[in-house]
Write a protein that binds this ligand. Sequence first.
Ligand SMILES: Cc1cc2nc3c(=O)[nH]c(=O)nc-3n(C[C@H](O)[C@H](O)[C@H](O)COP(=O)(O)OP(=O)(O)OC[C@H]3O[C@@H](n4cnc5c(N)ncnc54)[C@H](O)[C@@H]3O)c2cc1C
Length: 257
Amino acid sequence: MDADIIIIGAGVAGMTAGIYAARAGKSVLIIEGKVAGGQIVESLKVGNWPGEIMISGEDLSKKIYAQVEKLGVKVFYEVVEDILNDKNGDFEYVIKTDETEYRCNALILATGTEPRRLSEKQMAMVGKRPVSYCATCDGALYKNKPVVVVGSGNTAKYEVSYLENIASKVYNIHHDEPIPVDAEAVFVAIGRVPATDYLKGFVDLDTDGYIVAGEDCHTSQPGVFAAGDCRTKSVRQLVTAAADGAVAATEAVRYLG
Ligand SMILES: Cc1cc2nc3c(=O)[nH]c(=O)nc-3n(C[C@H](O)[C@H](O)[C@H](O)COP(=O)(O)OP(=O)(O)OC[C@H]3O[C@@H](n4cnc5c(N)ncnc54)[C@H](O)[C@@H]3O)c2cc1C
């Protein structure tokens, strides 16, 4: 499948980029590895999205997705594994997914962040017990059962208070502490890391793995732009992700001429 512009990631940044690219008259498609909406889908309350006094992340995602769909932008549910320069073809870039290949002349990277995983040492202690990164999604499975939350930040505190209404006992430990023997499930809340492993040196990353790109969203590769939480920036929020989507798509359209 080919398009003028391909967007990787259907979070708020990627979907906003899709809206801007489609409205500018370019052929555009989005490749999404999990669920349209990205990380905000799991959030029950969003109170700082202009125009909505309070909305759930899921409902906000559905509204943006409806706009994307109405503009005719197709979302393909596949995981991007590699990107190559298309040296022999009519296109500049080849995007390899777990199912097929796509080609385009401009590319927007909008893959956001993902939960930080437990260390190998701690995973060995977890054994065969289920590991979840979202109490809201999976907490109900452990009604009246003992569970453990790993982490000490605000997200971990929220997960603990959420699970206290469901589980028989909620342990809360730091990331380097032993997992209690009787805990039947492990909820992990130890921060987030950029989802950029698939780039493998294709564009410059900083030491933490974020794509090096300024407010114009340009990366180290011509015709490749980064939008949202996956790029180097000081504020990672919905409005800044949306703003990046608009900028990245506008710059991609300008690049294509
Ligand atoms: C619990 C929680 C609550 C929050 N609450 C708020 C709030 O109230 N207000 C606010 O402004 N912000 C909030 N934020 C922050 C906000 O959610 C993010 O800043 C914003 O969603 C980032 O959007 P994004 O599109 O850049 O990335 P993401 O939402 O992370 O989307 C990236 C997408 O790319 C996909 N992807 C990743 N790798 C690949 C791959 N290799 N192939 C294909 N697809 C891939 C992912 O599946 C994902 O759908 C919250 C975040 C969390 C975690």
